[in-house]
Design a protein around this ligand. Structure first.
Ligand code: NDP
Length: 247
């Protein structure tokens, strides 16, 4: 599998899973562009990824930022071959305690952000290009307090299923990769201090391969789905969670 000469954009590529994906695509030869909202994080990630990587500050929930991002990509690279819509986050809030601010922030990033990230990229994408949306197993198994987050990730599955019909005939494929719990700073920070250890231990036992996931596990799945080897795979949600949600 080679990405030599390909241009790949990974939103939220400055840490965690997105950084893992950016590293994998760069190691396969792609020219990688990463986005995020913080300059310092972007600079550090660009250095870590190496090669011809470029960091562009852009908030996916801000449509003007997206316009500037794609104008920059068009000016420098002319086309975009791979788009990984990864930027996203979750909140914990049980029914009865969900605030409007939480709802707006999660939906703005995880759904509005993805919709316009993809829609505005399409004019740069030719036949043979691929889009991968980063979902979550919360789309099928959110558990308590994760309804708002889970709803956005379930939404991504339906976006992909509808979009492949909308763009039928363009030669662009769209799939979803849904990770289970992946060892990242954000997963660590997600749980309250007094429950973290217990929850992490439980999550580890849920995986049937005996460990939590790593960003590299997701990166390998994304690299496959975005490659020509996956040319006949379209509109699927590939769950990468060590089997946890299947048992
Ligand atoms: P991280 O918090 O480590 O990384 C998130 C990345 O997205 C950072 O680069 C962050 O940079 C960027 N980001 C966040 N909000 C925005 C925004 N509005 N616009 C642009 N960039 C943004 O999270 P993870 O790596 O853990 O998560 C990545 C994706 O994977 C998310 O979609 C998440 O829902 C999904 N996921 C994660 C799981 C896990 O266990 N970690 C499990 C299942 C799914 P900055 O803050 O500087 O903007």
């Amino acid at each position: 599998m080679s990405y030599e000469g390909k241009v790949a954009l990974v939103t939220g590529g400055s840490s965690g899973i997105g950084l893992g994906i950016a590293k994998e695509l760069a190691s396969l030869g792609a020219k990688v562009i990463i986005t995020g909202r913080q300059d310092a994080k972007l600079d550090a990630a660009v250095k870590e990824i190496g090669g011809a990587t470029k960091g562009i500050k852009a908030d996916v929930s801000d449509l003007e930022d997206l316009d500037t991002l794609y104008a920059d990509i068009k000016a420098e690279y002319a086309t975009l071959d791979i788009l990984v819509a990864n930027a996203g986050f979750g909140i914990l809030a049980p029914l009865g305690a969900i605030t409007e601010e939480q709802y707006d922030s999660v939906f703005d990033t995880n759904l509005k952000g993805v919709i316009f990230t993809v829609q505005k990229a399409l004019p740069l994408m030719a036949s043979g290009s691929a889009v991968v949306l980063i979902g979550s197993t919360a789309s099928i198994q959110p558990g308590g307090s994760m309804s708002v987050y889970g709803a956005t990730k379930a939404g991504l599955r339906n976006l992909a299923r509808s979009w492949i019909e909308d763009i039928r005939g363009t030669g662009i494929r769209i799939n979803v990769v849904s990770p289970g719990p992946i060892k990242t700073q954000s997963l660590h920070d997600y749980f309250p201090d007094d429950k973290r250890e217990e929850i992490m231990a439980y999550l580890e036992t849920r995986s049937t391969v005996g460990r939590l996931g790593k960003p590299e596990d997701i990166a390998k799945a994304v690299a496959f789905l975005a490659s020509e080897d996956a040319g006949y795979i379209n509109g699927v949600e590939l769950i990468v969670d060590g089997g946890a949600s299947q048992v």
